[in-house]
Design a protein around this ligand. Structure first.
Ligand code: SF4
Length: 369
């Protein structure tokens, strides 16, 4: 028996579903939001929404870092590459596979590659480091999106690069922080009765990283893993807390998440990055939600060397509901483009591109509700 088999056990899952139905009986509608593409994948792949009582709803929040990466930053990186080439600096740019295809009004990194520029898809920032070592005469830039989970390896890599004085390694930081975004959504009026905290992010920031949300807004939370039983337990615990009026943080994902998180990773992130106000695509500027390199490390930021002006561009195509979906206010089938004019082969908006995007997940599993 594998370590995770218990978390995929059908009978156990059915028992928890039964419990959720019992405990939710008599409650007004309760809405629980998650902020994680992998949670959405579990919920949609296993049909959890269809198993829940009608008064328990699961919302999908801003859990896709690639989806919320601003258009202006993607376009700026594209302009940097063009400018650098014109000046004889044949930059190699790396990024993740889903970021590579994200559409903007000025095209995607994939389009830029088709024009002959050297854009490479990597699995991790370590691949960028390896490419930089193999090409010491070229500037190698990692366009670096992601929440806390991805920021930690980026900081670790920068630590190595700084020690080795690897001068041709650069990043374009579009890292973002999840708790401040949840806080903004609460302040802007997204109504939910409980939060399912992302397991991956929580391995870095710990249970304590979510405490201010419960302390300030009395929102019950459960840190959850990614198996069906993890998600069902999280929903059950939230239903119970709503029923009793408690607002606590329960750590369901104890096999990976500690109260204090990964302190070593937190120190590395603090060493290299500072917290700034930052734009999220389709969601606007959120206070203290972004990470930029600190002044003493700006030598590793490509915008220190090239910083072309980029005009303000529309975040989304007309009719695309990504903004409402990322705020937990809509689900993909409510979008008139979904599955018709917007598919993974021909995406209209970013939520249909990334494997963490809610539209792409709904499309993949044929979820129509
Ligand atoms: S289906 Fe396409 S157009 Fe509609 S919200 Fe999703 S990404 Fe946007």
């Amino acid at each position: 028996m594998g370590a995770l088999d218990g978390f995929r056990d059908r009978e156990l899952a059915q028992k928890i579903v039964k419990k959720i139905h019992e405990e939710a009986r008599g409650l007004d509608e309760v809405r629980f939001m998650h902020v994680c593409g992998t949670h959405e994948d579990t919920v949609t792949r296993t049909g959890i929404r269809s198993l829940l009582p009608g008064n328990v709803k699961i919302l999908s929040g801003p859990g896709c870092p690639v989806c919320i990466t601003p258009v202006e930053d993607i376009v700026k990186m594209m302009e940097i590459i063009r400018q650098a080439y014109e000046e004889g600096d044949k930059i190699i740019m790396t990024t993740f596979g889903d970021m590579y295809k994200i559409p903007t009004p000025r095209g995607s990194f994939a389009d830029l590659k088709s024009e002959g520029y050297d854009i490479r898809v990597v699995y991790s920032i370590y691949d960028t480091y390896r490419i930089a070592k193999e090409n010491p005469e070229r500037t190698v830039v990692h366009f670096s999106p992601g929440f806390e989970t991805t920021t930690a390896p980026a900081a670790g890599m920068l630590n190595v690069v700084a020690q080795e004085e690897l001068e041709n390694f650069k990043i374009y930081s579009v890292h973002r922080l999840t708790p401040p975004a949840v806080e903004v959504l609460i302040k802007q009026g997204t109504r939910f009765h409980g939060l399912i905290d992302p397991g991956h992010v929580s391995t870095i920031i710990g249970v304590k990283g979510w405490k201010p949300i419960t302390e300030k807004y009395s929102v019950p939370q459960v840190v959850a893993g990614f198996e069906p039983v993890d998600m069902l337990l999280a929903i059950l615990y939230l239903v119970r807390m709503v029923k009793t009026g408690e607002a606590e943080i329960i750590n369901e994902y104890t096999r990976s998440v500690k109260y204090e998180g990964n302190v070593v990773a937190q120190k590395l992130i603090d060493k290299f990055f500072e917290v700034v106000d930052a734009k999220w695509r389709a969601l606007g500027v959120m206070p203290k939600s972004g990470l930029e390199l600190k002044n003493e490390w700006k030598e590793f930021e490509i915008r220190t060397y090239y910083n072309p002006e980029v005009p303000k561009l529309p975040d989304l195509e007309k009719g695309c509901l990504c903004g409402a979906i990322l705020r937990g206010l809509a689900l993909p089938p409510q979008c008139p483009h979904f599955g018709k004019t917007c598919t993974p082969r021909h995406p209209v908006g970013p939520c249909m591109v990334s494997y963490e995007g809610t539209c792409s997940i709904f499309y993949k599993y044929g979820a129509l509700f």
